[in-house]
Design a protein around this ligand. Structure first.
Ligand code: GLN
Length: 492
């Protein structure tokens, strides 16, 4: 039989419909692959019993002709999504053994459509990070390694590092992620797979552990653009439980693949050509532009003048919102409690013990920028900058630009322990090309497009108009077709 873990979602869907194999067989193949890939530390909580049960139910639905669009497809779930009856920790000690009595809207829609849950995936603590090194479960290893027999373990990116590693290593057919400043697109690039952050409001945030509520969005990881389109259709949609989710129909994203891009205008923003950018990133970007041009698009030079303020403004807005969101972890209602003489001692001891260093740093920065004396100087200013960043994009779209092409990351995956030790800003710079998109609430897709000098995958980013994910799938598929697919050699 073919290797069931090497299939795409589209291929698996076809095989299941034709009864070439069952969901139980497909699920068991993935559970075995997970068992053999423990060294990657991608899954922090496999749920084999749940998976087997869901797979049996999917097979029954297939037989009775009531299969939904994701029937029998095994997926991994980032540990930021609340899963009913299944431990959900955001990879923080402070949530301890929290078992939610409810299911997030996004995951419940995946199960509604027939998908099978394989388990919970590692991520940076509360999704704060770019390397998955801040997780209380320890770092995830990227399935990719540098060419030439290098034995350096690389990060898979973050914060959705477990999701990216698991999909690239063929431990699941797809996975969920969340993206506040780049946490889907950067790990997708580091792992040579596809990831899309939809427009803010496209997916419900209900039941997802909150980091920065005005920036957080859920989205899928998959090995092909088509698979990402299939997953997003199930994940997206209006939810009365999240007032920021938008009530507009969810298109058939898959149908956008293969559409003509003749005459489409692709913006190339000059501000994304950073000083000191490696040549290979420059070349990749130029190559991507050529591919789109060859398919009939028109390339136009554009300017997004406030780009350079995006990262500093993000590191005010995101920690400010995080400090408010994380105030709820006080040892009273759920998770860890460290006793103290009086209630304030208990709060302090719990939060000191339960939060890791990066989370504590963000809470302190956030509290500082929101404090009475500094609110106008930092927080209000950052919000104004955010408006300017959004306006830059609006101006380009108003001039007829259909989508914007940029590199996804400033480099390929780096080694575990290599960055951010002494200087957190070194780590923050990973999101230089992605945070603008969250600040403006726009959709962005990362598609693998080439490799660096050491054979590691590199991604390109396409940024779209609000709610125009379809164009991103159309364009992404063209890049994918030209670049081919990227699969790591197996060493684990
Ligand atoms: N790396 C960014 C941060 O640390 C973005 C994380 C994310 O998108 N969740 O905040």
């Amino acid at each position: 039989m073919t290797d069931l873990t090497a299939l795409t979602i589209a291929e698996a869907r076809e095989g299941l419909a034709k009864k070439s194999f069952s969901s139980v067989e497909l699920t068991e193949a993935h559970l075995a692959a997970m068992e053999n890939a423990k060294a990657l530390n991608a899954f922090i909580l496999p749920t084999p019993e749940i998976a087997e049960k869901m797979a049996r139910e999917a097979d029954a639905r297939e037989r009775s002709g009531s299969a939904g669009p994701l029937n029998g497809i095994p997926l991994g779930i980032k540990d930021l999504f609340a899963t009913k009856g299944v431990r959900t920790t955001a990879c923080s000690k402070i949530l301890g053994n929290f078992v939610p009595p409810y299911e997030s809207t996004v995951t419940s829609q995946l199960w509604r459509d027939g998908a099978v849950m394989l388990g919970k995936l590692n991520n940076d603590e509360f999704a704060m990070g770019s390397s998955n090194e801040t997780s209380c479960f320890g770092p995830v290893k990227n399935p990719w390694r540098r060419e030439g027999g290098s034995n350096v373990y690389l990060v898979p990116g973050g914060s959705s590092g477990g999701s990216a590693a698991a999909v690239a290593a063929q431990l699941c057919l797809g996975a969920t992620g969340t993206d506040t400043g780049g946490s889907i697109r950067q790990p997708a690039s580091f792992a040579g797979i596809v990831g899309i952050k939809p427009t803010y409001g496209r997916c419900s945030r209900w039941g997802i552990v909150a980091f920065a509520s005005s920036l957080d969005q859920a989205g899928p990881f998959a090995r092909t653009v088509r698979d990402a389109a299939i997953l997003l259709r199930s994940m997206a949609g209006h939810d009365p439980k999240d007032t920021t989710s938008v009530d507009r129909p969810v298109p058939d994203y898959e149908a956008a693949i293969g559409r003509s891009i003749k005459g489409m205008k692709i913006g190339i923003p000059k501000e994304y050509r950073m000083a000191g950018m490696p040549d290979e990133i420059e070349r990749l970007w130029a190559q991507g532009a050529e591919w789109l041009k060859a398919a009939g698009a028109e390339l136009i030079d554009i300017s997004l003048p406030h780009t350079k303020y995006a990262l500093p403004a993000y590191y005010i807005v995101a920690p400010a919102e995080a400090s408010a969101n994380l105030a709820r972890y006080d040892g009273v209602r759920y998770g860890l409690r460290v006793d103290g003489r009086a209630i304030t001692d208990m709060y302090e001891a719990t939060r000191a013990e339960g939060f890791g260093a990066e989370v504590r740093r963000r809470v302190m920065i956030g509290t500082y920028v929101l404090s009475a004396g500094y609110y106008d100087a930092y927080y209000v200013r950052a919000q104004k900058v955010r408006t300017l960043i959004k306006r830059d994009f609006e101006d380009c779209f108003a001039k007829g630009v259909d989508a914007i092409l940029t590199p996804a990351t400033p480099s390929a995956a780096f080694g575990i322990g290599e960055k951010g030790g002494a200087d957190p800003v070194e780590m923050y710079l990973n999101d230089i090309f992605t945070v603008t998109v969250n600040m403006a609430g726009l959709p962005g897709i990362a598609v693998p497009a080439g490799t660096d000098g050491q054979g590691l995958p590199l991604g390109l980013q396409l940024i779209g108009r609000p709610f125009d994910e379809e164009t991103l799938f159309t364009l992404g598929a063209i890049v994918e077709q030209a670049a081919g697919r990227f699969t790591p050699g197996r060493w684990w």
